[in-house]
Design a binder for this molecule. Structure first.
Ligand SMILES: Cc1ncc(COP(=O)(O)O)c(C=O)c1O
Length: 391
């Protein structure tokens, strides 16, 4: 059996053709494809504005620069990729880690109790972990009662929804971010986007993405216009300390072509998740993180493995799976346990659910190209490993 990774991209001839067309055209960056891709993101997520970026990390960076001020305190999940938390620090904010709930998402009830006690908290950053959307009713309640800023990290949840609310729509938040890394639902190689409904935030995102340069509202009137009131065509004005996080038209052509296939990709991911759920239903040791949910976008399929009933460690399980050509992964190492954060006082936070979750969590292969026979092989191999290594 060929190596089966935990995730991978799905690229077909149409994608290759779309990219080649751009390479043959006049614009390979900041041209018509970038705008078209952003329009598609808005349409798909049901939001007003989208700013596409060179990565999901870049999206988080400019989103944080656009909404936070130095020393803002921000509630954040420890169960995420580094950049969700790092982006708070880039903007001068202070992360406050909140424990997770049973499904791996930030515990919004705990957020409410912390917000009740500390009225100086400015924002909440939540991740729709594995594709399982955050509870929108609770987000709406938090927004209304505490009036704080909310960022939804939708890197895992393009195509997910809670009731009628789509991931990335910013119905109850100020900004959302997406990632188009190859293991995500659609890919642009590397890439990301920030979505928002607020024009004021959108304008800042555009400036931060483009070296802090604004397109209108110039402050240096004497330099921007000549004595007859004509705008000087060469003039540009920097009003923020921005970056170059623009995305190329080459990437966006791929993104547009991929977006057209999103529904079929989601269908495949959901079918795979359903089969895993069924396969592990009776298993005492391997349990799905949550029961099958039609509204999850299933970027990841995470199982909790009860190692207290096994004679092998997680590292040994990974090695045995690898011997069988199966790639496993862990999402995530608690971010607060990273040396960078430990050194800054986030050593022992008593995040009990996160600690327990981390000791058990294993991500198993899920991606649209995973064939049924390959999935069967993954299921049987994992069940055999567990059967043969009971303590
Ligand atoms: C939850 C989450 N946020 C942010 C990112 C960063 O995205 P990128 O890899 O596109 O920079 C990732 C990527 O793995 C992620 O999983």
């Amino acid at each position: 059996m060929k190596f089966i990774p935990y995730g991978r991209q799905t690229i077909d001839d149409k994608d290759i053709e779309a990219v080649s067309d751009v390479l043959r055209s006049d614009f390979i960056t900041t041209g018509p494809k970038a705008k078209e891709f952003e329009d598609k993101i808005c349409e798909r997520c049901g939001c007003k504005f989208a700013a596409a970026t060179s990565s999901g990390t870049a999206a988080l960076h400019i989103a944080s620069l656009s909404i936070l001020k130095p020393f803002d305190k921000v509630l954040v999940t420890p169960n995420t990729f580094l950049s969700t938390v790092n982006s708070i620090v880039y903007a001068g904010g202070i992360p406050i880690f909140i424990d997770i709930d049973k499904e791996g998402n930030i515990d919004l009830d705990k957020c409410i109790s912390v917000l009740e006690k500390d009225r100086m908290i400015s924002a909440l950053y939540g991740v729709h972990f594995s594709g399982n959307p955050l509870n929108q009713q609770k987000l709406a309640y938090i927004k209304k009662r505490f009036g704080i800023l909310i960022l939804e990290d939708c890197a895992h949840s393009l195509g997910a929804y809670d009731g009628k609310i789509k991931a990335g729509s910013c119905s109850n938040s100020d900004v959302s971010i997406l990632s188009f890394h190859p293991v995500k639902h659609i890919t642009t190689g590397e890439g990301g986007a920030v979505t928002t409904r607020k024009k004021r935030i959108y304008n800042k995102l555009l400036a931060f993405r483009n070296n802090g340069v604004v397109k209108n509202g110039f402050k240096n009137k004497d330099m921007a216009f000549d004595e007859k009131g004509n705008e000087n065509p060469w003039y540009y004005e920097m009003q923020y300390n921005g970056l170059n996080y623009r995305i190329t038209d080459i990437q966006c052509a791929l993104g547009i072509s991929q977006m057209d296939k999103l529904d079929s990709f989601l269908q495949k991911r959901r079918a795979i998740a359903k089969r895993y759920d069924e396969a592990f239903k009776e298993c005492e040791i391997i349990k799905p993180l949550y029961q099958y949910k039609e509204n999850s976008a299933y970027h990841l399929y995470v199982v909790r493995v009860d190692f207290s009933k096994l004679s092998i460690t997680k590292a040994e399980l990974f090695a045995l799976a690898k011997e069988n050509n199966i790639g496993l992964q862990v999402h995530y190492i608690p971010v607060n346990k990273q040396p960078y954060y430990k050194l800054r006082g986030y050593r022992n936070l008593g995040l009990e659910n996160m600690e327990k979750y981390y000791s058990q969590a294993v991500s198993i292969p899920i991606y649209p190209l995973l064939r049924e026979d390959e999935q069967e092989f993954v299921i049987e191999t994992l069940k055999n490993i567990v059967r043969q290594n009971r303590s």
